[in-house]
Design a protein around this ligand. Structure first.
Ligand SMILES: [Zn+2]
Length: 446
């Protein structure tokens, strides 16, 4: 069968041309890192900048002091549409993404109804074409209703344009069902994303099981509940040959398991989130529900293992797990509150603070995990500044101190643990197919 290309949902607009002058061009896909100019002709990266000489009709962006990177890709975003309009919509979620420097996002399927069939995917893609300001790519569910029992129609989902399958928010507990899902995923060469959580081992848990859960009297969600499924997935990937990405790793043991499996050539990949590398379970001290997420914040040793995993490329993906919740949903007792926090508008700054200022990664290494790595895993024709590539570009000011103010978020939700934080860097321009979707100076479409 010929699958539909994993096209974005941005409506076709007039082709755009643009000249970006004097920035630090970083293209992790090719290893390019130099001060230079970048020319966009008809919404694509041009072969050379020679054509621009003397052409004053092409708009110019002065990029002195800025990083010119491929458009950032966040492969773990909850948009909440359909069914969760009080938390987020495709319109507000993509605006938040654009303001965070992202040109493409991958939408998780735990909407209401869930994206477990081609009709829901068609609806979501239609809504994105009408209301999104950046590219939205879709995932489909692994199982019907994310119940973990009956396989979703993976072939039809693939035909409808999904670029990965996942039951994110849920985890398929039945190993036989997961094995069959992976057999299908392999047939279509679809990446499977797994939220690794053994339900029996984590039953009732609302925070990391350890010193703080004991002190605070809250039920624990121990590391072993993640490690067990990571180990299961490694074995199933070896058996089926299917590619699996372990979503939002939080545990030191999981990092070790993935590292060892990769050494054996198993096709497993891993993702890290800003909150797991910036915070520990000690933050739960005041029962603030903005520190409640799934998997939970863990200990210093886990944080250090995640950083080591990012440094040696055991973890090749950085993403947000943007999970908006309305204030009235989060303003309840810790044990009762929903899991999850927003992330799109703060993640680049948090990553710069923890990874660049912390000397864990340099800019090219960090940007690779936000551009070409997700593009390759998902099979997207994005994530590079190579000549001929689609002109999705993010300009970043690496020396732009700013303070997080949740009241200014473009997201409909405010549930962030980072309110009031001082961050060292931020995106200044988000260009989708050569068009300015957002700029720090002029806002949307400016
Ligand atoms: Zn998840």
């Amino acid at each position: 069968m010929t699958p539909l290309p994993p096209s974005s949902s941005i409506p076709s607009r007039q082709p755009h041309s643009l000249f970006i002058r004097g920035g630090r061009i970083i293209d992790p896909a090719s290893g390019r890192d130099e001060i230079g100019d970048l020319l966009v002709i008809d919404s694509r990266i041009a072969e050379s900048t020679a054509a621009q000489k003397g052409d004053s009709s092409v708009p110019v962006i002065e990029a002195k002091g800025l990083i010119v990177a491929p458009g950032l890709i966040d492969m773990h975003v909850h948009l909440r549409e359909p069914g969760g309009g009080q938390k987020e919509t495709i319109a507000t979620g993509t605006r938040a993404a654009a303001a965070g420097g992202f040109t493409s996002i991958l939408a998780m399927p735990n909407t209401n109804p869930p994206a477990d069939g081609p009709n829901t995917i068609a609806l979501m893609r239609q809504r994105a074409r009408e209301t999104a300001c950046i590219n939205v790519f879709n995932t489909g569910c692994i199982t019907v209703g994310m119940k973990g029992e009956q396989l979703a129609p993976i072939g039809s989902l693939h035909k409808a344009g999904v670029v990965a399958i996942t039951d994110d928010g849920h985890c398929v507990q039945n190993n036989e069902v997961m094995r069959r899902a992976l057999d299908y995923a392999r047939m279509f060469d679809l990446l499977t994303l797994d939220h690794c959580q053994d339900y029996a081992l984590s039953a009732g848990g609302v925070m990391h099981e350890g010193y703080w859960s004991t002190l605070l009297g809250l039920p624990g969600w121990p590391r072993i509940a993640e490690d067990m499924i990571v180990a299961r997935n490694i074995l199933l990937s070896e058996l089926t040959g299917a590619r699996i990405l372990m979503q939002h790793l939080s545990s030191a043991n999981s990092v070790r398991l993935v590292r060892e499996a990769k050494k054996r050539g198993v096709k497993v990949y891993a993702e890290a989130m800003p909150h797991h590398i910036a915070l520990t379970d000690a933050s739960v001290e005041n029962y603030d529900t903005n520190f409640k997420m799934n998997p939970p914040l863990r200990e210093k040793a886990d944080q250090e293992a995640l950083l080591a995993g990012l440094a040696d490329d055991t973890i090749e993906i950085l993403a947000s797990d943007h999970a908006p919740h309305a204030a009235y949903e989060k303003e309840v007792e810790f044990a009762e509150a929903p899991f999850g926090i927003v992330g799109l508008e703060t993640e680049l700054g948090i990553f710069a603070k923890v990874l660049i200022e912390g000397r864990v990664l340099d800019w090219p290494q960090m940007l690779g995990k936000l551009t070409i790595n997700p593009a390759r895993l998902l099979g997207l024709d994005r994530g590079t500044l190579a000549p001929g590539a689609v002109a999705d570009i993010t300009l970043i000011d690496p020396k732009h101190p700013w303070k997080v103010d949740a009241e200014k978020f473009h997201s409909l939700s405010r549930n962030t643990p980072f309110n009031g934080w001082d961050l060292p860097a931020r995106a200044t321009h988000t260009l989708v197919e050569g068009r300015v979707a957002w700029s720090l100076e002029k806002g949307f479409g400016g």
